[in-house]
Design a protein around this ligand. Structure first.
Ligand code: ATP
Length: 430
């Protein structure tokens, strides 16, 4: 984990936020490679969950919502974690994350646990009082529920159908940590899938399998992924069943995504509080009902951390250590690096031409700094599946060498067929 965090910083995947001022706990900034990886994760999710289906549509709701949303949803009352404070050093901890009645470091006694609400508060407009207090959303899901009727009325969607959303969420976690695993500002990818009440458990079963295979489709090792059913004591009172997709992180098996059958809890709560009818009338069966909901709720950041950890390899090559990120082609920030063997003309010009030719088809990068060995090492470390090396021969034979990240083989390919050769190799081995 430490090695990965150091690689992430060194190569520009993620940094502690506001680092030059000492940082701020629980918030991270994403560098050039990080933002590319995140965009690829989000694109892959959206493609699978929305574009390739005919029963899901997307929305993008505001981060700040009418505070009544959070009263109705139960967040104002219940979105809390139990908090204890060490009476000696006044550090605060989540009660379920400490062992025993005393702080291990200094022996200080813990206070009685009290419930601490995780929602960030701010004010809307120029007055700062209780009537203008609003929250930063702690999940994207409620933006979907409150738009259920809008989507039903403005589209041809009918249950079973889903509404998907990707966006930032904020939780004032008592103890953020494990790098980008638990943050105070993070990003979610959520689907609320509305179904006839009798079909809820069938859809829960369907979605838990779909979601597990999505992670596998990103190249994550199947043996490090599992589905874990929630025990009765873990389930929210309204939930009919829930599963977590878990990954075996260096700090143990932990949640990547939660998939829950939520009954009609959310729509019923908003219908009650808003006084607006949120039911659906099935005009074939001639029955009116509040749809039940199955919710797969994933995190961009945890997916990112998982991909990086899972892809991280250290290998010994000819007596030297090689660090390589074996990222799947679907998510690798750069697919093809174009590298002139030296910084001399006409090599650089030809290499730039090659990069421009490939750019419309692949995520490419041109790099002519440092020695070729160092540049290969950098591309290995950031997870680029293929490098194209333009050398002195290239000017005469109009060919270049494709070097593979994983097996380090090199093959010479005519420039004219470079694009096809790369496309084929990315499709089969990238
Ligand atoms: P945990 O038990 O780890 O606090 P949770 O069960 O509260 O998580 P959910 O409310 O189910 O989490 O959120 C759904 C998903 O959102 C999680 O599976 C995770 O990927 C992501 N997520 C939730 N909280 C955080 C956070 N603080 N930092 C990063 N990602 C988060």
């Amino acid at each position: 984990m430490e090695k990965l965090v150091s690689l992430a910083k060194r190569r520009g995947y993620f940094f502690q936020s506001s680092e030059i001022y000492g940082g701020i706990q629980g918030v991270y900034d994403f560098g050039p490679l990080g933002v590319a990886l995140r965009n690829n994760i989000k694109r892959a999710w959206w493609r699978t969950m929305v574009e390739l289906r005919d029963d899901v549509v997307g929305i993008d709701a505001g981060i700040i919502m009418n505070p009544r949303v959070w009263e109705a949803s139960g967040h104002v009352q219940n979105f809390t974690d139990p908090l204890v404070e060490c009476k000696k050093c006044h550090q605060r901890f989540r009660a379920d994350q400490v062992s025993g009645p005393r702080h291990q470091e200094d022996g200080g006694e813990f206070t009685e646990a009290r419930q601490f609400n995780l929602m960030f508060k701010t004010f809307i407009g120029p007055l700062e009082n209780s009537s203008t207090q609003v929250y930063l959303r702690p999940e994207t899901a409620q933006g979907i529920f409150v738009n259920f009727a809008n989507v039903l009325n403005s589209t041809r969607m009918r249950p079973p159908f889903g509404i998907a959303q990707i966006g930032k969420a904020f939780r004032n976690e008592i103890t953020p940590g494990n790098s980008i695993f638990r943050m105070r500002e993070f990003e979610q990818m959520e689907l609320e899938f509305f179904v006839p009440p009798a079909d809820e458990m069938t859809w829960l079963d369907y979605w838990k399998n779909q979601r597990l295979s999505w992670y596998q489709s990103l190249g994550i090792r199947p043996e490090r992924l599992r589905l874990r059913a929630h025990g009765k004591d873990e389930l929210a009172h309204y939930a009919r069943g829930a599963f977590d997709v878990e990954y075996e992180f260096p700090f143990g098996w932990s949640e990547l995504e939660g998939i829950a059958a939520r009954g009609d809890y959310d729509l019923a709560a908003h219908q009650r509080a808003s006084g607006k009818d949120l039911s659906y009338f099935d005009d074939i069966k001639r029955e009116r009902y509040l749809p039940h909901v199955v919710e797969p709720s994933a995190g961009v950041d945890r997916t990112m951390l998982t991909l990086l950890i899972d892809a991280y390899h250290e290998e010994e090559v000819r007596g030297e250590q090689r660090v390589v990120l074996k990222l799947d082609r679907s998510v690798a920030p750069i697919l093809v690096a174009v590298l002139p063997l030296s910084r001399k003309e006409p090599l650089t010009q030809l290499a730039q031409q090659v990069e421009h030719q490939l750019r419309p088809y692949f995520r490419t990068e041109y790099d002519d700094t440092q020695s070729i060995g160092k540049r290969y090492r950098r591309q290995d470390e950031i997870g680029t599946p293929f490098a194209v090396t333009v050398d002195f021969e290239s000017v005469n034979d109009h060919a270049a060498t494709i070097r593979s990240r994983d097996d380090m083989t090199q093959v010479r390919v005519p420039l004219a067929s470079l694009k096809d050769a790369l496309a084929e190799r990315l499709a089969t081995e990238g």
